[in-house]
Design a protein around this ligand. Sequence first.
Ligand code: ADP
Length: 193
Amino acid sequence: MNAIALMPQMMPQSKSCQYQGFTIWFTGLSGAGKSTISAVLHDELKRRDIKHEILDGDVVRTNLSKGLSFSKEDRDTNIRRIGFVCNLLSRNGIIAIAAAISPYREVREQVRDQIDHFVEVFVKCPLEVCEERDVKGLYKKARNGEISHFTGISDPYEPPMDPEVVCETQNETPRESADKILAKLRELGYIEW
Ligand code: ADP
């Protein structure tokens, strides 16, 4: 058998699949800005008619990962599932954007190892600022003890050691954060615009 035929990058692409797929993997505390920056990227990609999908942590937990708890084991399962879908999408030429807290480093690294073109974005924001924003009112509930296993309050968050991009959302606008990511994608040769 011809070994070259087995290499996915050598396979003929359909005409609708003009772009190389890749995965943008956000990680950060609740309220750090993952969904907000994803929305800016979504606008940019939509405007250019580029196929993409956002796997938002909250949305995934209402379908693909419905019923999973916030134990470490279930959080890791959730992340593996998101990673699995991102891999399917990005290897088929679609840009996958994962926007979940993904607090544990080890499982993030496992996902990175599975996906050929993987860009980790650390959405960095001090806990106090996220708590002050309290976009969904969850920090208040976590402090009151109404929610357990809440990342940053009663559950750990392990920041990435060597992410491709760091967005410091305390000091940047969402636009500036998105521009940083686009610049990195350009540098990596994933986009030309
Ligand atoms: P997450 O998805 O990480 O839980 P959200 O995107 O839902 O967080 O909320 C982040 C909040 O922080 C929003 O209210 C957003 O307007 C605000 N914010 C301020 N600066 C930024 C920034 N540079 N990037 C993203 N969000 C920001």
